[in-house]
Design a protein. Structure first.
Length: 122
């Protein structure tokens, strides 16, 4: 049975999470040293902060990674990424929200989302 566009985007978001996590953690640790996890909790905001209790079991998902990248852009991520990557982060936050709220994805929307994820991971 073929995957729906919603399922394709969901699987791609899992791959995005797996690809971004090491990069995001490395950059945060390089900038904030021992306080990196406190910065993560502050960046995800009050709704997700309670989920981030212990850095060893941090419940990273695509939403939290993209939110941290967005909120820590000026301090951390603009040093290694450019404006086009910031645009991709913004676009992918919208994609993730559409996916989470079960909004429909056309084939073109899905292809664009997958391409944007690939570009950010590159």
């Amino acid at each position: 049975m073929a995957l729906t566009n919603q399922e394709r985007v969901g699987k791609a978001l899992e791959l995005l999470r797996d690809g971004l996590r090491p990069f995001v953690e490395r950059e945060l640790k390089a900038q904030h040293a021992q306080k990196w996890f406190d910065e993560v909790k502050a960046a995800v905001g009050p709704t997700q902060e309670n989920l981030f209790r212990d850095e060893g079991t941090a419940p990273w998902d695509a939403a939290s990674l993209l939110t941290v990248m967005w909120n820590q852009w000026q301090i951390v991520f603009r040093k290694t990424l450019g404006q086009s990557e910031r645009t991709l982060v913004s676009e992918l936050r919208e994609v993730r929200n559409r996916w989470a709220h079960q909004k429909p994805f056309s084939s073109d929307d899905t292809d664009r989302a997958l391409d944007s994820m690939t570009r950010l991971l590159s």
